[in-house]
Write a new protein. Structure first.
Length: 211
């Protein structure tokens, strides 16, 4: 399955009519947070494929036409704490789960202490075990906003990675962990890394990959 992963920065080529040519063959969009909702809604409208997303520490709700607050792009599915199955055109299936947010640093939205993220991961674990029993594998892709501890992360409170993500990779071995939150200007080594059975990918802007 060809997948478009996006996070943190708008890719101008995707916010134009050239998106169909640029993303020919894409069957799934994965968004890892801190992106404008109208940008994600444009992508999913133009490509007409499923959009699965988690929210980042800079994401905020926006007012709808009737005055209600909407969080996240319309037409997408928030997979924070959930597992979603996406069937490809060839008949295969990709299982995706997500965990939103960054490390707690100033009390804003979608920020978690390590213990809070561990609790979220523990709530996800029974669903992964059930997935393993029904399909023989628990998970193909885990999308997060923040990085795992010790991979692509920083030392400052905001950009420190979560140990809970490493524990999930160690226990359930998804093929990929895809995250955002790390900008090239920060100077971190954001090259793909392998952790056990999992390839960890950092996305800033957009990335096309085959799953």
């Amino acid at each position: 399955m060809k997948v478009l992963a996006v996070s943190d920065a708008v890719t101008e080529a995707l916010f134009s009519e050239g998106i169909r040519e640029h993303c020919a063959g894409v069957e799934l969009v994965l968004a890892c947070g801190d992106l404008p909702s109208d940008y994600l809604e444009y992508i999913v409208t133009m490509l007409n494929v499923p959009l699965l997303y988690v929210l980042g520490n800079h994401d905020r709700p926006r007012p709808s036409a009737d005055g209600d607050l909407i969080e996240g792009p319309q037409g997408g599915r928030n997979v924070d704490g959930r597992i979603v199955r996406i069937r490809s055109r060839s008949g295969g299936e990709v299982r995706v789960a997500g965990l939103e947010g960054s490390m707690f640093y100033n009390g804003g939205r979608h920020q978690y202490t390590e213990s809070q993220m561990c609790a979220k991961a523990l709530r996800l674990a029974p669903k992964l075990l059930a997935s393993r029993l029904t399909s023989g594998r628990p998970l193909d892709v885990l999308i997060t906003h923040a990085a795992p501890h010790g991979i692509h992360d920083g030392q400052d409170p905001c950009h420190r990675g979560f140990r809970a993500f490493a524990a999930l990779m160690r226990r359930f071995g998804p093929r990929y962990l895809i995250h955002g939150h790390v900008h090239p200007s920060y100077g971190y080594d954001a090259r793909p890394r392998v952790f056990g059975r999992t390839t960890v990918l950092s996305v800033y802007g957009s990335k096309l990959l085959e799953i």
